[in-house]
Ligand binder design. Structure first.
Ligand code: HEC
Ligand code: HEC
Ligand code: HEC
Ligand code: HEC
Ligand code: HEC
Ligand code: HEC
Ligand code: HEC
Ligand code: HEC
Ligand code: HEC
Ligand code: HEC
Ligand code: HEC
Ligand code: HEC
Length: 325
């Protein structure tokens, strides 16, 4: 009884499949014929030309001859999109998606051939994309083995520090020269002493220095005066806003004098007059010669009377040794 029932089901299923396939094939061929007939072209408002009509008629004949299973091999084949490749290569797709940067492209841009690997032919290298096809040799001839540093081509910016260790000068000539040619304690620290952990990491000064010259100084400020690759060559102060206490942390005498004077110099920043480190300006640079020509001729040194630029203290009579009188 059950056997008979199952048999019925199978018969019905086969029948149904046959029916469906029949209707679809008719539809497909039918559609193909419809567009191609001269009648249809005419209906669409196209002029009926003899040349056009003839091939169309031929095609109709051909299409009618084509057995239904051949139609399976007709139609445009589109390359797989990354999402389609991802159905099988999800991990690679995910790396590209998250860290691919500018390599987030159609896979077949790079993989012009794929699924051709055959261990017997040992052809892995031959079928894999070549970086220099698109990039040439961006770091010069000394860095030819791209994958030795760019170990994951689907995440091209990720570089293990170990793979560039000791090779900094290859690509960073300026920084390497600077450090090498300017004597400082940072020479002993070395590139990787500061740029540690990963390639391109920039350290904060406070990783090694407890504090700046005054509390609350920021790294940005440190860098406005110090180039880390030549820390002893202080940059120009031109255009910088520097708290007088910074200079005062080393030049306490000048700082105290300037801080306590009631003259107009007391309102100036150290860097207003000293626009680079160690530079000592001339009074005349700002003031010219404000007194009578006779006085300046007699006393060419302003500080003879004004004593100190930071206090502009008025001299006691005993201090002004008026010579030649
Ligand atoms: C910018 C170029 C580029 C793009 C885009 C790219 N690949 Fe690759 N892919 C490579 C290179 C180069 C290799 C060779 C690595 C090697 O030789 O070890 C590779 C290797 C592979 C491998 C074999 C090695 C492995 O890690 O399993 C697969 C699979 C692969 N890619 C799949 C994909 C898929 C899928 C996509 C798109 C979602 C894609 N690739 C996009 C350049 C690319
Ligand atoms: C239906 C699953 C499937 C799809 C879709 C697929 N692959 Fe693969 N692919 C595989 C399998 C399986 C391997 C072999 C095992 C492996 O390496 O993971 C392979 C290997 C590869 C390899 C390395 C070996 C070789 O012969 O090239 C590359 C490169 C590759 N696929 C790229 C692609 C790209 C690009 C796409 C999309 C255009 C894609 N695959 C789509 C299943 C697939
Ligand atoms: C089919 C061409 C092609 C291949 C092969 C290729 N790349 Fe690229 N790559 C590109 C393009 C295009 C860019 C984007 C360039 C741009 O916008 O400046 C790029 C960008 C990069 C970047 C910068 C990425 C970013 O996000 O800024 C690196 C690094 C890189 N490629 C390394 C490699 C390496 C290493 C290989 C071999 C493993 C390789 N590329 C293979 C086309 C390619
Ligand atoms: C010695 C290690 C090393 C080798 C070998 C190497 N690279 Fe690089 N490459 C790097 C590093 C490090 C970067 C900088 C990555 C970053 O931090 O953005 C880089 C960056 C790039 C960039 C981006 C350029 C830019 O200015 O942003 C491209 C493109 C690139 N490499 C391609 C290649 C190609 C192609 C090869 C092989 C011919 C190659 N690299 C070999 C270490 C290397
Ligand atoms: C093969 C070439 C190459 C080598 C070797 C290399 N770098 Fe780079 N590096 C680059 C490129 C290219 C960039 C620029 C990436 C960019 O524009 O973002 C870079 C960027 C940097 C940056 C700046 C990051 C930023 O945020 O501005 C530092 C710091 C750096 N590298 C330090 C080093 C040190 C230290 C070494 C040696 C341990 C080294 N690099 C080795 C190519 C290289
Ligand atoms: C004492 C720590 C220290 C040492 C040693 C050091 N650096 Fe730097 N480096 C820095 C700091 C801090 C910066 C950030 C400078 C800035 O932003 O003005 C930097 C910036 C860089 C940059 C990026 C430059 C730019 O214009 O963006 C590169 C490249 C670099 N260093 C390479 C090197 C190399 C190569 C060496 C070894 C020869 C080295 N550094 C030694 C601390 C150091
Ligand atoms: C990885 C550790 C490290 C980092 C980061 C570092 N330094 Fe240094 N620096 C040292 C060492 C070690 C010395 C020598 C001992 C000392 O003076 O503390 C030194 C000395 C100096 C000196 C005196 C140089 C000399 O030859 O006497 C200056 C200036 C200096 N550092 C400024 C900076 C600035 C500014 C930064 C941040 C941009 C910085 N350092 C980041 C380790 C570091
Ligand atoms: C306004 C400029 C300026 C700023 C900002 C500045 N420095 Fe300096 N720094 C100097 C000068 C000038 C010297 C003395 C140079 C000399 O001895 O010729 C110096 C010396 C140093 C020294 C050598 C040791 C010492 O005390 O004599 C270290 C270390 C140092 N600075 C670290 C830093 C750090 C860290 C920062 C940020 C927190 C910083 N500096 C910010 C100007 C500055
Ligand atoms: C970390 C200590 C330190 C800091 C901070 C510092 N200096 Fe100096 N300064 C020195 C040293 C050391 C000298 C060298 C003394 C010498 O050559 O006799 C010097 C020299 C000078 C000289 C030349 C002195 C002479 O007799 O020729 C002037 C001017 C000067 N500094 C101004 C400044 C100013 C302005 C600032 C703040 C922007 C500043 N300094 C910050 C340590 C410092
Ligand atoms: C109004 C301008 C002016 C200001 C503001 C000023 N200075 Fe001076 N400073 C001078 C002049 C001018 C000299 C040179 C004096 C001379 O020729 O002997 C000088 C000399 C110095 C010297 C060298 C002292 C010596 O014995 O030769 C130091 C150090 C100094 N200044 C530090 C400072 C500091 C620190 C500040 C801020 C607290 C500061 N100055 C603010 C004008 C100024
Ligand atoms: C970088 C420019 C600069 C330099 C260098 C400079 N001064 Fe001045 N000085 C000023 C300024 C600005 C004032 C205030 C002017 C005002 O507010 O009218 C001033 C004011 C004065 C005053 C009047 C003070 C008061 O309270 O009325 C005297 C005196 C003076 N300077 C003397 C000197 C002498 C002496 C020197 C050299 C040792 C000198 N200055 C160097 C910029 C400078
Ligand atoms: C013989 C002593 C003497 C000499 C030398 C001298 N001064 Fe004076 N200067 C004075 C006296 C006194 C005053 C008025 C009192 C005061 O303001 O301190 C004065 C005032 C000034 C003032 C303020 C003027 C005003 O109008 O507010 C400036 C600026 C000044 N001197 C700059 C200079 C300069 C620059 C030199 C050198 C080129 C110089 N002095 C040389 C004695 C002198």
């Amino acid at each position: 009884m059950r056997k008979a029932f199952l048999g019925m089901l199978v018969f019905l299923a086969v029948g149904l499949i046959w029916l469906v396939s029949c209707t679809t094939t008719t539809k497909t061929t039918g559609a193909a014929v419809e567009v191609r007939t001269p009648a249809a072209a005419e209906a669409a408002g196209k002029p009926k030309l003899a040349e056009e009509a003839a091939p169309a008629a031929e095609e109709v004949a051909r299409a009618e001859e084509v057995p239904p299973e051949k139609v399976l091999f007709e139609g445009e084949i589109k390359p797989l999109s990354p999402v389609e490749c991802a159905r099988c290569h999800y991990p690679i797709y995910k790396i590209l998606k998250d860290q691919g940067g500018k390599h987030r492209q159609v896979c077949t841009n790079c993989h012009e051939v794929y699924h051709r690997y055959n261990p017997l032919r040992k052809n892995w290298k031959a079928i894999m994309p070549k970086c220099n096809k698109c990039h040439g040799l961006p770091h010069g001839k000394a860095a030819k083995e791209c994958l030795s540093c760019h170990q994951e081509p689907h995440s091209p910016r990720r570089i293990e520090l170990a793979s560039v260790s000791g090779k900094c000068a290859l690509c960073h000539k300026d920084e390497s020269e600077t450090l090498k040619t300017h004597e400082s304690a940072h020479q002993d620290v070395g590139c990787e002493g500061c740029h540690s952990d990963r390639h391109g990491r920039v350290p904060e000064c406070f990783e090694c220095h407890d504090e700046g010259h005054i509390p609350g100084q920021t790294v940005k400020e440190c860098l406005s005066c110090h180039n880390p690759h030549m820390p002893k060559d202080i940059k120009s102060f031109e255009g910088l806003e520097v708290d007088n206490r910074v200079c005062g942390s080393c030049h306490d005498t000048e700082f105290e004098r300037l801080a306590s004077t009631t003259t107009k110099h007391g309102k100036q920043a150290c860097v207003f007059c000293h626009n680079r480190h160690g530079f000592k300006p001339k009074c005349e640079g700002c003031h010219g010669k404000p007194h009578s020509a006779a006085l300046h001729k007699k006393f060419p040194q302003c500080l003879r009377c004004h004593l100190d630029p930071h206090s502009l203290r008025r001299p006691k009579v005993s201090e002004v040794q008026i010579q030649g009188k």
